[in-house]
Design a protein. Structure first.
Length: 154
């Protein structure tokens, strides 16, 4: 596989990372149980809400990393987001829509990034590259999908 699409200039080597994010909304929709809680006591609405908060935060962080030099990214406070958004009062379909929209915007941003952009860094407070952040996000979504699967077993 070539590293760069010479027609568009897009970095082909990073497509697996982009695709790993693009598939999460469909997998999430299939995994959402009707009730239950994970090992830490978070219910389905809270898990979905945390995913929304993380996806929206990540979308903004990656956008800033794409267009700014060494942006400082404020850490995400999931408890503050849960309190402000009142995840428990939201319907799962509404949360899934917000999550899907945030992931779609992230994928749209990522698919057009040139090879050089994938090495750009942001401060989270530690220094992290674009590629590291995308991989970290994909791993986070995998862990949350596993937590959702655990709720259906309880």
């Amino acid at each position: 596989m070539s590293r760069i699409d010479f027609v568009t200039g897009n970095a082909l080597i990073y497509l697996p990372e982009v695709e790993s994010l693009a598939t999460v909304p469909d997998r999430l929709e299939a995994a959402v149980p009707q009730g239950g809680a994970d090992a830490s006591g978070r219910g389905v609405a809270r898990i979905l809400g945390d995913l929304v908060a993380y996806a929206e935060h990540d979308q903004v962080a990656l956008h800033r990393m794409a267009w700014m030099a060494d942006p400082v990214i404020r850490p995400l406070d999931l408890d503050a987001a849960a309190e402000a958004e009142q995840w428990a009062t939201k319907r799962p379909a509404e949360l899934l829509d917000r999550f899907t929209k945030a992931i779609a915007e992230t994928v749209d941003l990522l698919k057009d990034q040139p090879d050089a952009a994938w090495g750009r860094a942001g401060l989270f407070p530690e220094r992290r590259s674009f590629r590291q952040q995308v991989r970290r996000s994909a791993a986070h979504y995998e862990a949350e999908l596993a937590a959702l699967s655990a709720t259906s077993g309880s």
